[in-house]
Every structure is written in structure tokens, then in C-alpha cells.
Design a protein around this ligand. Structure first.
Ligand code: PRX
Length: 649
């Protein structure tokens, strides 16, 4: 299936879609182009329930720091819960399916009570105030969503750390955010076995820590250590709390959450999202891109530890009053029919997952979808990495039976919500192509040298030339890094514009295909990891003198991690297996299993320029098994290239 093939939207579906055809899409995009503030101001008035109306749509006077909807007051948890109570209090807000198949339905009224009790607990017992940071280190259970919304209710800034991160990674994020509370669980279940989280929190809090209190939700009821005066049981405390908690009145630009993500240095960045703009776009993209209807059930398989889980499990679906599915388990357990069984059982209408998951499901259960009734499906989504044609074809034909649109949503932690994506009732789609910018998003592929839009087929930088409401507001505690990371590379008409870090290309229809990162950030199973971050972990091994990490194409993960390591001892490696084990243990301890290397090569040296810069391009080519075509004669030691090539063969 080539990229040239075009698949038109399903006519029946399009009839009822919010955006029904390309004329409607174009009309919205034209409106935004002609009257940017009018477009966004109207949307904010229509979609959000304001406690006090905003007086100004966009303030760019301190660009690249921007303010949206100044003067406006609202509360994000009230947007997601309270305003739905009069119409949908008995509607399912969250349907939870546990690893072992246990199902829980939480109505909007239930959600209101859980979140209010949780908020009262944080406010009264833990003295959490507006602006305080709360780290959430949780499995995929409903209490994780309650915790997020409880923070939003009292104005605390949550920072979720993915449950697969190690104690050291958790410690770094806690310290950077200066969090005073951690919310965690004893653990949860994976493949019917209990696994633990609380011990990771205990390890992260040894020594000096800003954390005063730890709240522990019991999920797997395994024994955990208890630090008196610091650790508290959610299950014991929560029933005593009142189910009404006044929401804190928040300014549009009060921070809602931090989410740490990888960049090109060893230290992850605390991406800051604020209240009004973020929740507005979360809701609008839910409505446009997934076209969720009142009686639909939406399932995003991401973990809440990533931005996809924030925006499309919790905030987006709940802001629009939808029913959102939450799943604790592993999609290939007990077999690769699990997601399709869940689609059948819960009558899922929109299914949203990552290409890496699609590849696994395709490989391990090609014919599983046909064993289940998938008639409820209307829209299929992908996110996080480019999707390859075989995976796309299988998803479209076997899962969607050729009648569901595939929305290839391109976005980032920093963009808050989708920025480039098909609209399921309007956009003709092409496999592996994110298609067009969403209305209101001024995304362009620019030539970094000239700031001009690139021509058809010409690679350029994926930029967004005007601020948008859900954009990153800052890197926590580091103004300079915000400016440097996102506004330092490309200028258009003499003004710095947001650069995503991705390369992209237009086709003859003006469709955008993302070609991948232009920096040293890898995308491993849809998880973003900096090469510098993995290198920093490996360098903690006493024997390591030098290390260079590069990404290498991987059939399932999209990208795998390839490490070239120079050991300190001149005699070479005494026991390669033991060294690899030791290095992997360090990575597990410093970052977590998601960053384990697929290949490790103990090299005699690294290819460097005379000024000492490591030539990663050469290392990437060697990892891929490609021939080195560039001139290596100016390297500090040209001979090293052939030596490494020989070792990798
Ligand atoms: O390289 C792009 C890739 O994922 C990066 C963002 O990663 P993260 O902030 O972790 O957020 C992932 C979920 C939104 C991007 O810079 N990416 C994301 N979506 C796509 C994609 N690459 C190609 N196609 C996509 N649809």
C-alpha cells in the first residue's frame, strides 16, 4: 500500500460528523486565518463554563511567553465534572477494566464524590494549597484520575511520573518540581501477578527530600513498608471525607500540571501546561478528531503517565462529558485478542493506540480481530510515531473492516493536544500521513535557513508559527531552556517560531508527513527518550570511559537503543555478558526498563572530530548496517570507524 493511495471518509459516518467535509474544514481554517482572536475567543466562550469571563484573548507582548484568556476564571475539575451533573449525572464517566477482567463503572456523580473527597483529603489532611506540586506515581486505576482531578480542584499542580520509571528518575522529578506530596499505590496487577510501586517511592525519598507526605492507595493489597508520620492510607482516610469540596477559583493561566519529557540534554524538562487553554483544546480535539457522540465509549490505551493519557483518557473525554475507558492490564494478555474482546464487551466506538501496539497485535494476533464483534468501532486513532504501511493496512482492514477512518494524530507533550490530524468525517486519508493542521493551528514546514515554507517533497522543520491555547507555557524553573529548546532554531519574518524538533515533508496535496526527530531524541515504543539521558545513566558505571547512544530502526518498537561504550580498562572487556548485565542494571536503576539497550558494543574508541565532537551520524549509519559515505579522513582517528564496523557486523 503506497502513500499515494487515498481513502475517502465513510459517507454514512460523515453525515453526522461535527466537521462533515473539507469545505467545512476550510471554512474553519479560513476563519482562524482571518480573525485568529475571534476564532479562539468564540471557541473559549462556547466550550468553557467561566466563573468570570475573560477580558483578552491573546497577549503576546512577552513572546514567546504568552497569555490566553486573561481575566477569565474557571476550575478545570469543574469543567470535567460539575457542569455535567445536571445532564449526565448517571452516565458513565469512566469504565475501568482491571488486569484480571474486573470491571468498575464510575458515573459522573460517582466521579464528583470521589474527586471531592480526594480534594478534601489533600486540602485538610495534607495542607496542599493552590500552586503546590503533587507527584502522582500510580498504576492505571481510577484513583489516578481522581488524584489528577482532585489536584485540579484545589489548584495544586500535579506532575505524573510514569509507573515504569525507576526510583532515581522519580527522585529527579520530585526534586525538580519540589513536590511536597506523593500519591502512589501499593502496586497493581500485570498479567495476573501483583507488581509493586510503593517500594520505588520509598527508595526515591531516601535522604533529603521536599516530600512531607505520601498517600498510598491499596490496589494489590501486598505488604509494604510504612514510614510513620509520612505515609497515609487512602483507603482508610477517604471514607471520612465530605463529598463536597469547593473548587478553587483559578485564573486562565494558573498552572494545571507539569509533565517531564526528554529533550536533548541528560535532564528531562518539566513541561508546564496551564488551565484554560489546555482544557479548551483537549475538549475541542476530542470533539473534532474522534467525533465522540453522547452515547459513545472512547478508549485510549495510553498510560496516564504520558501526555496522551492526560489529554485523551482524562481531561479531553471528561471535559466533553464522554465515557472514557481505562485499562490496567497488558493488551496482549491473556492473548492478543484482549483489546478486541474489550471492544466487543464495552462496545467501544473510538479506539486510540500507538503504532508499536498495532505492530505487536498484528504480529501476534493477525486474525484475532475477526473473532470478535467490532461493529461498534467508528474511528481508529494512532499516535506517537509514524505508522508503517503494513501496520496501517492491517489496522484499516482487519480492525476497522475498511469502514473506520484512521486518524494519524501528530502532536507532542508540548502541544497539549493534537495539532496535525485527519478529521474522520472530512479528510481523505493516506497511510502513514498525519495530513493537515487542525483548524486554528498555524503549522507549517519551514526551511530553517530561510524561514520560508518548503516546497513539495522538500524536507523541512515542523513549526507552528502562531501561539495556540494548549501550547507549553514554560519549562518548570528554567525560562532560558524554554526559549532555547523551542524558539531558538527557526525564525519566520524575523520572529522566532515554535519548532517541534521534528522533520516533515509536504506532498503534492499539501499533506504533511512527519519524517522523525531532527535532534538526539529517540522514540522507543512511542516513548520519548533522549540519547543524552541514556548516556548519562550509562556513564554512572565505574568502568565506562565514554559512551554514545543512537537510535536504530526496530521492527516492533519503531526505534531501538544502540549504545557504543568505551571501557576504562585498556585490556578490553573481561566478561562481556557481565558488563552488559551491569550496564543494563544501571539503566534500570537510573531510568527504568523502558530505556534498556537493544544493542551494546564495546568499542575501542568513538569516531570524533579533531575538536572532540562525537560523529553520531557515523554511529547511526554503522548501527543501521549502512555504508559510510562521508569523508572520515578528518577524524581524530579515522581507523576507528573500520574497527567499529567490524565489531558490529
Ligand atoms: O517525533 C514526534 C512523535 O512523538 C514526539 C512527541 O513525543 P511525546 O511528547 O512523548 O508525545 C507523544 C504523544 C503525543 C513527536 O515530536 N510523534 C507523535 N505523534 C506522531 C509522531 N510522529 C509521527 N507521527 C505521529 N502521528
Amino acid at each position: 500500500m503506497s502513500q499515494k493511495q487515498v481513502f475517502k471518509p465513510n459517507r454514512e459516518f460523515a453525515k453526522d460528523a461535527r466537521i462533515k467535509n473539507m469545505c467545512e474544514y476550510q471554512a474553519l481554517q479560513d476563519y482562524a486565518t482571518e480573525d485568529y482572536e475571534g476564532f479562539w475567543g468564540d471557541a473559549a466562550k462556547e466550550k468553557l463554563d467561566w466563573i468570570e469571563p475573560f477580558s483578552n484573548v491573546l497577549d503576546e507582548s512577552k513572546a514567546p511567553f504568552v497569555n490566553w484568556f486573561d481575566g477569565g476564571k474557571l476550575n478545570v475539575s469543574a469543567q470535567c465534572i460539575d457542569r455535567h451533573l445536571h445532564v449526565r449525572k448517571n452516565k458513565a464517566a469512566i469504565i475501568f477494566e482491571g488486569d484480571r477482567g474486573d470491571v468498575q463503572t464510575i458515573t459522573y456523580l460517582d466521579l464528583y464524590k470521589h474527586v471531592n473527597r480526594f480534594a478534601n483529603l489533600l486540602r485538610e489532611d495534607f495542607h496542599v494549597k493552590k500552586g503546590d506540586r503533587v507527584v502522582i506515581y500510580m498504576p492505571m486505576i481510577p484513583e489516578a484520575a481522581y488524584a489528577m482531578l482532585a489536584c485540579a480542584r484545589i489548584g495544586a499542580i500535579h506532575s505524573i511520573v510514569f509507573g515504569g520509571f525507576s526510583s532515581e528518575a522519580l527522585r529527579d522529578r520530585i526534586e525538580d518540581a519540589e513536590a511536597k506530596v506523593v500519591i502512589t499505590a501499593d502496586g497493581a496487577f500485570r498479567k495476573e501477578q501483583p507488581y509493586m510501586l510503593k517500594p520505588v517511592v520509598d527508595a526515591a525519598l531516601t535522604g533529603k527530600t521536599p516530600v512531607k507526605k505520601v498517600l498510598v492507595v491499596q490496589r494489590n493489597h501486598e505488604d509494604v513498608e510504612w514510614v510513620a508520620g509520612r505515609d497515609y492510607s487512602y483507603n482508610e482516610m477517604i471514607s471520612q471525607k465530605k463529598s463536597k469540596c469547593e473548587p478553587e477559583v483559578m485564573d486562565s493561566e494558573d498552572p494545571l500540571f507539569l509533565l517531564y519529557t526528554s529533550g536533548s540534554t541528560g535532564k528531562p524538562k518539566g513541561v508546564q501546561h496551564n488551565s484554560a487553554g489546555y482544557i479548551l483544546w483537549a475538549q475541542m480535539t476530542m470533539e473534532w478528531v474522534f467525533d465522540v457522540k453522547e452515547n459513545d465509549t472512547f478508549w485510549c490505551t495510553a498510560d496516564i503517565g504520558w501526555i496522551t493519557g492526560h489529554t485523551y483518557i482524562v481531561y479531553g473525554p471528561l471535559a466533553m462529558g464522554a465515557t472514557t475507558m481505562m485499562f490496567e492490564g497488558v493488551i496482549t494478555y491473556p492473548d492478543s485478542g484482549r483489546p478486541w474482546k474489550m471492544v466487543e464487551d464495552h462496545k467501544i466506538n473510538q479506539f486510540y493506540t500507538a503504532p508499536t501496539a498495532i505492530r505487536v497485535l498484528h504480529k501476534t494476533g493477525e486474525h484475532e480481530p475477526s473473532k470478535y464483534d467490532l461493529k461498534s468501532l467508528k474511528v481508529l486513532g494512532t499516535v506517537g510515531e509514524p505508522i508503517d504501511p503494513p501496520a496501517w493496512k492491517w489496522y484499516y482492514e482487519e480492525v476497522g473492516k475498511g469502514k473506520c477512518a484512521i486518524v494519524d494524530t501528530y502532536w507532542q507533550t508540548e502541544t497539549g493536544g493534537h495539532v496535525i490530524s485527519p478529521l474522520p468525517g472530512a479528510t481523505p486519508i493516506k497511510p502513514g500521513c498525519a495530513t493537515l493542521p487542525l483548524p486554528g493551528i498555524m503549522a507549517e514546514i519551514l526551511n530553517p535557513a530561510t524561514g520560508e515554507k518548503v516546497g513539495v517533497g522538500e524536507k523541512g522543520y515542523m513549526c507552528i508559527t502562531k501561539p495556540w491555547p494548549a501550547q507549553i507555557r514554560g519549562v518548570w524553573g528554567d525560562e532560558e531552556r524554554y526559549i532555547k529548546s523551542y524558539f531558538g532554531d527557526v525564525e519566520k519574518d524575523g520572529k522566532p517560531v515554535y519548532f517541534s524538533g521534528d522533520g516533515a515533508v509536504y506532498d503534492e496535496d499539501g499533506y504533511i508527513t512527519i519524517t522523525g526527530r531532527t535532534d538526539d531524541v529517540m522514540n522507543v515504543s512511542g516513548h520519548r527518550l533522549g540519547t543524552a539521558e541514556v548516556e548519562a545513566a550509562i556513564k554512572k558505571h565505574d568502568n565506562v570511559a565514554e559512551v554514545a547512544v543512537v537510535g536504530k530502526p526496530h521492527p516492533i518498537k519503531g526505534e531501538g537503543i544502540f549504545a557504543y561504550i568505551v571501557l576504562k580498562c585498556d585490556e578490553g572487556v573481561a566478561d562481556e555478558v557481565e558488563e552488559v548485565k551491569a550496564i543494563n542494571n544501571i539503566i534500570k536503576k537510573e531510568i527504568g526498563s523502558i530505556a534498556l539497550c537493544d544493542d551494546i558494543v564495546f568499542a575501542p574508541g568513538l569516531p570524533k572530530t579533531r575538536s572532540g565532537k562525537i560523529m553520531r551520524r557515523i554511529l547511526r549509519a554503522i548501527a543501521k548496517g549502512e555504508k559510510i559515505t562521508q569523508d572520515i579522513s578528518t577524524l581524530e582517528d579515522p581507523g576507528i570507524v573500520a574497527q567499529i564496523e567490524e565489531m558490529v557486523k
